[in-house]
Design a protein around this ligand. Structure first.
Ligand SMILES: Cc1ncc(COP(=O)(O)O)c(C=O)c1O
Length: 386
């Protein structure tokens, strides 16, 4: 028998369905509402800052856990917006995107055999992150349309092996924004069971209809047991720059920094300088972000309703989950395939956000960080859907 040269770990998960949908969209000339990246320009000031940093020869390795400028700026923003007290010297690790911040955090905090609770539907990276760190994922299902939490059921998932709970607010793919009351109850469970909260807050500024972003680390008793992850991809429309970070108490940060150093050494130096400048943008920039995404959300939401989908209105982030059960397809994958190949629009099959594909079979996810013309082109094509 020929030897298998791939690891058991790597065989345990598939390629990202989201990134695969982008490749399919390109192949079929479809409008890409699958992968969550803007098709409009990044702010001129952030681009100018990057060019200036390259010209100023910030082109060699930065300090592995992030340039001082960026860590200082992250600490100031975290205090001003999130209300988190951050020592930039001991509590911040700048990574290659929130993606790396999450896997570095898991590798730094979770041992093989320990359990990690994940809300589903979930951002698809969390599953492989668990496998790569040897953790056993334990899923708690949120049901549409309000994605409310049954706390008795959630409490039952905690065991002596539970090391952490991962939550993502505002949430991809559901658009749920966890309320303070919900976070307080999750915080109480974390304290009762002595485990960590790892929060992915990458959409923290993209909020609708008055929804408020609350950071878990600000709740009583949580600063010492929370890792707060965020980054620049979504707020500053620079998903290709790969700038993210983890904020954590010093002892946890020391472990995350070690893992991060051996994973990637560091995020791109000149882009870190530009990222620092971006965090000092005037308050209006952050307010405008919510306003502009509200328009995009409404445009896509209303269009999907006209095209006979049953979309769920998000309260944050930039995705819409839409019910497709009534279109009569075998499942979400068959529907998404038809959409990209024959209708010319790419979305993400709902099953990629669930452990059990059955659970996602009546859902498709569309994203809307797109120009009006792109959203309109997609809606025009979806109007032809039979
Ligand atoms: C919930 C969530 N976390 C993290 C990321 C990736 O962030 P980054 O580009 O900073 O790695 C995404 C991207 O879609 C996301 O939706």
């Amino acid at each position: 028998m020929a030897r298998t040269f791939t690891s058991a770990k790597a065989r345990c998960f598939t390629e990202s369905v989201i990134r695969e949908m982008t490749r399919l969209a390109n192949r079929h000339g479809a409008v890409n509402l699958a992968q969550g990246f803007p098709d409009f320009a990044a702010p001129a000031a952030i681009k100018a800052a990057a060019k200036a940093a390259i010209d100023a020869d910030r082109n060699q390795y930065a300090i592995t856990w992030g340039t001082k400028n960026l860590r200082d700026a992250i600490a100031r923003r975290a205090k001003a917006y999130n209300g988190i007290d951050v020592d930039p010297e001991t509590m911040v690790t700048v990574c290659c995107g929130a993606t790396e911040a999450m896997i570095a955090t898991m590798l730094a905090t979770v041992d093989p055999g320990e359990e990690v609770i994940i809300f589903e539907p979930f951002y698809e990276n969390y599953g492989p992150d668990c496998i790569l760190s040897g953790a056993q994922p334990v899923f708690y299902r949120l049901e549409p349309p309000d994605f409310a939490i049954d706390f008795d059921a959630l409490a039952k998932l905690f065991t002596p092996r539970t090391k952490a709970i991962v939550l993502n607010t505002p949430n991809n793919p559901t658009g749920k924004v966890f309320t303070r009351a919900e976070l307080q109850r999750i915080a109480a469970l974390c304290q009762e069971h002595d485990c960590l909260a790892i929060t992915d807050e990458i959409y923290e500024y993209i909020l609708y209809d008055g929804a408020q972003h609350v950071s878990m680390a600000t709740l009583p008793g949580m600063a010492e047991r929370t890792v707060t992850i965020s980054g620049h991809s979504k707020t500053f429309s620079v998903t290709g720059w790969r700038i993210g970070y983890a904020i954590a108490p010093p002892a946890i940060t020391a472990a995350i920094r070690k893992v991060h150093d051996f994973l990637t050494v560091g995020a791109p130096h000149p882009l870190q300088e530009a990222a620092a400048a971006a965090l000092e943008f005037p308050p209006q920039f952050f307010l405008d972000l919510g306003a502009s995404y509200t328009k995009r959300r409404d445009r896509l939401f209303e269009g999907l309703e006209r095209a006979n989908f049953k979309p769920v209105k998000p309260k944050g982030a930039y995705y819409i989950m839409a019910d497709i059960g009534h279109f009569g397809f075998r499942d979400d994958v068959a529907f998404a395939k038809h959409l990209v190949e024959s209708v010319g629009v790419a979305g993400v099959p709902g099953s990629s956000f669930f452990r059990d594909p059955e659970a996602g079979k009546r859902w498709i996810r569309f994203c809307f960080p797109k120009q009006d013309a792109t959203i309109d082109a997609a809606l025009e094509r979806l109007g032809n859907l039979q």
